[in-house]
Design a protein around this ligand. Structure first.
Ligand code: 3HC
Ligand code: NAI
Length: 691
């Protein structure tokens, strides 16, 4: 019988089965909570019922609290009220887990008296990724089941654990056969009754806490070991504090404190930012004019042209998911070098235990290296990653046009060039698209999918699907200088260069960005990438500091000198040489250097970036402001807890952004002329998210 439209109640002998079916992920919406409470009432009232199985229909067990309800008034029963009903239920309640038991889902499994799961099930407390802590008892119960150290690791990383490992850790009591969860859960419930097993309440367990009691330094050791990873984020510290309470406070008081620490996070801007990123990532996968009806093309064989920095990494993405790749180079030497780097990358991964040693050969076995473009004749997708030079790329595409089979997707990894110009070298511009990977291409999550005015819809749709297949976050953007990410980077470049000429030091600029939350500063990043990327020895003319440093042989980390000096271990120190170059160049330009405050540094950099983002949005190069945020969070290290540049701007308030830009324009000139979109949004009382 239906309890409500998402909950069914059935009896199988002595066992009541409460089944929740609330697509897409059985999140604990009010209806779901009400349905479970209703089911429990029925089971309580029915004397013939001896035990209850709680199970879900669809692709997963409960994926957690319903994030869309956050910030709204609570509708009873709350998650905690519903959990108390389960934990205090007078008859055994058994959680039957498949798919992913996440967040409030796992926390609810932990108030059940027993847990059974299929081997493919995964469990975790990913609240930290939303800037939160597990606020439905997770911080108090999980350590009691798997021990403090393991619980801290799971909760601060948000990692998922497979069912087999969960069984080893006693997080679940039993494994069920893959196809028969319901049947086995009922049998398990019957066995619990037959064996007169107790109503196990995790809240009463203490044994697993002993190890941590004997080692109180564990918490500070954990903080120290993870200081770099947690830098800037508030949620991990609140998780640790809440787990410390497990040892200090009785269970109920620990729960009160958990709620307080949870609320503190929920009310802060970090969680709002991280929740924004969660939804923005999923939104990015949706392209307005590309519905589910658009045909997807098969991608069974991939060709990559160029086995340099990017080509090698791009190839690895496909090898990793079992798609064979043919990679083309201009000479055997370059090819051998490229293939060698790919193999070495895999070997390093295997030596760290992150990949099975036999997989190195298996993946390399899917890779064919050639020096003839003709070998790409039967590829479904060909990605060009040769030098960033329009003539070279046009030549490659003209040849490809003659070689590639009809319907093949022809992609370029260009960083800045106009893809229309590249496509014009072929007679099939509708087959040409930009697939802009980020370095290192096998690691970085972002993939800018650049559609031109001619790119056919099935090609765009296939690129989106492909991004998911290879574990990237695909953001579909328009064709224009630097697309989204690099165009905003160019705006940041301009300000950073100008700031050091006017009197800031590279380390001062870098510190301001690092303290804002970027993993590294701007000039450090340039030194790392190499100052000579895009620099031309033939045409260089001492036109800026970067050119002069290059002319001096200071190409960055690899030559032990760039904006910084580097030692053998690549540790950086401020460079008197670079500073002299900057000072001399400023003098030559007639720029009087002055002391510049950290506040001015951040204002100029961040507002210039936001202004460029607004222009990108206005021109339709990005179709929504959250897409810009995703590019910068996943491709350029914008701190996730600040939600991306446009989210950050919304947080400041668009009218304040406009005011600030006008002030900056008055002081620093036309690079701060506010985008017309900002003026319009202020007039309409809207923010970027509503643009
Ligand atoms: N609440 C509301 N909506 C959710 C949701 C949730 N917890 N989890 C996923 N969704 C929505 C997504 O937004 C998406 O909606 P859309 O189709 O309209 O874009 C839809 O469900 C499908 O999600 P995915 O595209 O992510 O589907 P996948 O199959 O790739 O992944 C998943 C499924 C692994 C469950 C993934 O969605 C996920 O990781 N969800 C978040 C889990 C989570 O963070 N849980 C903790 C919540 S906080 C909490 O429980 C607090 C508690 O401690 C008090
Ligand atoms: P790279 O110089 O490391 O590699 C280019 C490779 O292409 C070289 O090995 C070269 O021998 C080969 N090549 C040149 N012409 C060829 C041809 N006709 N046929 C086959 N191979 C040819 O350059 P990198 O850094 O890999 O850049 C490649 C492209 O990726 C450029 O368009 C660049 O703008 C873009 N890109 C680079 C990023 C980076 O961080 N390096 C990031 C994102 C995009």
């Amino acid at each position: 019988m239906q309890v409500n439209d998402v909950t069914r109640y059935e009896c199988e002998g002595l066992i009541a089965v409460i089944t929740v079916d609330s697509p897409p992920v059985n999140a604990f919406s009010a209806k779901v909570r009400q349905g479970i409470a209703g089911g429990l009432e029925k089971a309580r009232a029915d004397e013939a019922v001896g035990a209850v199985v709680l199970i879900c229909q669809g692709k997963t067990f409960f994926a957690g609290a319903d994030i869309t309800e956050f910030g709204k008034p609570v509708i009873e029963p709350s998650l905690r009220t519903m959990q108390a009903m389960i934990e205090d239920f007078p008859k055994p309640v058994i959680a039957a887990i498949h798919g992913t038991a996440l967040g409030g889902g796992l926390e609810t499994a932990l108030v059940c008296h027993y847990r059974i799961a299929v081997p493919s099930a995964r469990m975790g407390l990913p609240e930290v990724n939303l800037g939160l802590l597990p606020g439905a008892g997770g911080t108090q119960r999980l350590p009691r089941v798997i021990g403090v150290a393991a619980a801290l690791d799971l909760m601060t990383s948000g990692k998922q654990t497979g069912a087999k490992k969960a069984l080893d850790m006693a997080l679940i009591d039993r494994l069920a056969d893959e196809g028969n969860l319901r049947g086995e859960a009922i049998a398990f419930a019957q066995a619990v009754l037959d064996e007169k097993r107790p109503l196990v309440k995790v809240r009463d367990m203490t044994e697993k806490l002993e190890e941590a009691r004997a080692n109180p330094a564990l918490f500070d050791d954990f903080r120290k070991a993870n200081a770099r990873k947690f830098r800037g984020f508030k949620a991990p510290e609140n998780i640790i504090r809440s787990v410390e309470n497990v040892l200090k406070l009785p269970f109920d008081e620990g729960m009160v404190q958990e709620r307080a620490l949870f609320n503190e996070l929920m009310e802060g801007s970090q969680s709002a930012a991280q929740r924004h990123v969660f939804f923005a990532e999923r939104q990015a996968a949706k392209v307005d004019d590309i519905g589910k009806d658009v045909e997807l093309l098969p991608v069974r064989k991939v060709g990559v042209i160029g086995a340099g920095t990017m080509g090698g990494g791009i190839a690895m993405n496909f090898l990793n998911v079992g798609i064979p790749v043919t990679i083309v180079e201009t000479s055997q030497d370059a090819l051998d070098r490229g293939l060698g780097i790919i193999r070495k990358n895999y070997e390093v991964t295997a030596s760290k235990g992150k990949m099975k040693p036999e997989d190195v050969d298996m993946r390399m076995g899917l890779l064919t290296g050639v020096t003839m473009l003709e070998a790409l004749a039967d590829m479904d997708l060909i990605i060009e990653a040769v030098f960033e030079n329009l003539d070279v790329k046009r030549e490659v595409f003209a040849k490809l046009d003659a070689i590639a089979k009809p319907g093949a997707i022809l992609a370029t990894n260009t960083s800045y060039l106009d893809i229309d110009d590249i496509a014009a070298a072929t007679k099939r511009p509708e087959s040409v698209i930009g697939l802009h990977f980020f370095s290192p291409a096998n690691v970085m999550k972002l993939l800018e999918i650049v559609r031109t005015k001619d790119t056919a819809k099935p090609i765009v749709a296939t690129a989106g699907k492909l991004a998911k297949t290879i574990g990237k976050i695909g953001v579909t953007v328009g064709n224009g200088f630097g697309f989204v990410g690099n165009r905003i980077l160019a705006a940041r470049n301009t300000q950073c260069d100008q700031l050091v000429l006017e009197g800031a030091t590279p380390q001062q600029v870098d510190k301001a960005l690092y303290d804002f939350g970027f993993p590294m500063g701007h000039f450090q990043m340039r030194d790392l990438v190499g100052l000579d990327v895009g620099w031309n020895r033939e045409t260089t003319s001492s036109a800026n500091v970067r050119e002069i440093l290059n002319e001096m042989g200071r190409h960055g980390q690899k030559t032990k000198g760039g904006y910084y000096d580097y030692d053998e271990k690549r540790n950086h120190t401020p460079s008197p040489v670079a500073l002299k170059v900057i000072e001399d160049f400023a003098a030559k330009q007639g720029i009087a250097r002055r002391a510049i405050s950290d506040e001015e540094i951040l204002d100029r950099i961040l507002y210039a970036m936001v202004n460029e983002g607004a222009r990108i949005l206005d021109e339709g190069i990005a179709s929504r402001s959250s897409d810009i945020d995703i590019c910068w969070v996943t491709g350029y290290g914008w701190p996730r807890y600040r939600g991306g540049p446009m989210f950050w701007a919304d947080l400041q308030g668009v009218p304040q952004v406009l005011e600030k830009l006008k002030t900056l324009q008055a002081k620093h000139g036309d690079s701060f002329v506010p985008s017309p979109l900002i003026e319009r949004l202020v007039a309409e009382g809207k923010n970027f998210n509503q643009a």
